[in-house]
Design a binder for this molecule. Structure first.
Ligand code: 3PG
Ligand code: MG
Length: 373
């Protein structure tokens, strides 16, 4: 990816940055609870780029989306709490209002791009987590002003493309979360990249159904059952192993906590992988030389169903393998278990890390590569 301009390239292009106005697209889409930021990881992750620019006297204007407002101002998604935190971490740095308050952001409207670049000397994309979106603030500015990737974007791309291009074997991907439909593309791509795939989370029930195993009332995707059958066949044909849980914890028909094998009777519901599966998954992770993990193993927000995710997080921390965790829920889980410093890389992007693994490129990266620099 050497063809993506760096901050140094931008400086070479613009000359002295002192007094230059630089628009920095950040992903400050942080979790909020009643207006309070519960995790400022994404704000802190942008600081190296901001500092690099302000150290050179640049006037930094940051811009981000927050949540999914519907193209109009909505106080629930105001940037005010983020602005307050940013002022503590990087005093004097400006932050525009939520980009998605304007319908032109998600529509990639040229008129909105024009308002973004007005009075701007240069543009930096450091919003890895949003770089899979071909939105105005991601793909627009590089067409009009000298542009570069920030330090965070650069690191994310290095690490995630490293998994694709320089795999250390055994390379294991651990996938969880509710829906296989969200991850179908990446699962297909991973079957070519990895040696084995470990599957937990509610998506395992669609694979159970594909094998004809009874799943009780567990969450699954009926219209993905055939696809899961095909993935299992494909894996077998490619000589790849798909590990599925062989025990499950959840609630029985009476609503009481229960542990099951890989068959759930009528009325019962699975919410986490069981202890046997957690131990088996741990072994696979411990024996790997490279592990990518995305998606919790169960409903870890509920203490009764956190054990599977906690065990996998601990294995990620303990293994000697090079470990990468895709953003979103698995990053939140790591932070909850205070293990986020114990892995090699925690990505700030959920969807973006999956898309980069799947396609080897992102709309935001293509835009930077095409920019005149
Ligand atoms: C994220 O949190 O996944 C990114 O900020 C992108 O947000 P989006 O999924 O609403 O586009
Ligand atoms: Mg998302």
């Amino acid at each position: 990816m050497s063809s993506i301009p760096t901050l140094e390239d931008l400086e070479a292009r613009l000359g002295d940055l002192n007094g230059k106005r630089i628009l920095v697209r950040t992903d400050f889409n942080v979790p909020l609870d009643d207006g309070t930021i519960t995790d400022d990881f994404r704000i802190r992750a942008a600081l190296p780029t901001i500092k690099w620019l302000t150290d050179r006297g640049a006037i930094v204007v940051t811009a981000s989306h927050l949540g999914r407002p519907k193209g109009e101002p909505n106080p629930k998604y105001s940037m005010a709490p983020v602005r307050e935190r940013l002022a503590e971490l990087a005093p004097g740095v400006e932050l525009l209002e939520n980009l998605r308050f304007d319908p032109g952001e998600t529509a990639n409207d040229p008129a909105f791009v024009a308002t973004l670049v007005e009075g701007i000397d240069g543009y930096v994309n450091d919003a890895f987590g949003a770089s899979h979106r071909a939105h105005a603030s991601i793909v627009g500015p590089p067409q009009f002003v000298p542009s570069a990737m920030g330090r965070l974007l650069q690191k994310e791309v290095d690490v995630l493309l490293g998994l694709r291009n320089k795999p250390r074997r055994p390379f294991v991907a651990v996938l969880g979360g509710a829906k296989i439909s969200d991850k179908l593309g990446v699962v297909e791509a991973l079957l070519d990249l990895v040696d084995s795939l470990v599957i937990g989370g509610a998506m395992c029930f669609t694979f159970f159904a594909a094998q004809g195993l009874p799943i009780g009332d567990s969450l699954f995707e009926p219209d993905m059952v055939d696809t899961c059958k095909r993935l299992l066949d494909e894996a077998r044909a490619k000589g790849k192993v798909i590990y599925l849980p062989d025990d499950i914890t959840g609630v029985d028909a009476a609503g009481n906590f229960a542990t099951f094998g890989n068959q759930l009777n009528a009325g019962s519901k699975g919410f986490d992988i069981g202890p046997g599966s957690a131990a088996a998954f741990t072994d696979v992770i411990m024996d790997a030389r490279m592990v990518f993990w995305n998606g919790p193993m169960g409903m870890f927000e509920d203490d009764r169903f956190a054990a599977g995710t906690r065990t996998v997080a601990q294995a990620m921390a303990d293994t000697k393998a090079f470990t990468v965790v895709g953003g979103g829920d698995s990053a939140a889980a790591l932070a909850q278990f205070k293990l986020d410093d114990e892995v090699d890389h925690v990505s700030t992007g959920g969807g973006a890390s999956l898309e980069l693994l799947e396609n080897g490129d992102l709309p935001g990266l293509r835009a930077l590569r095409a920019s005149q620099s």
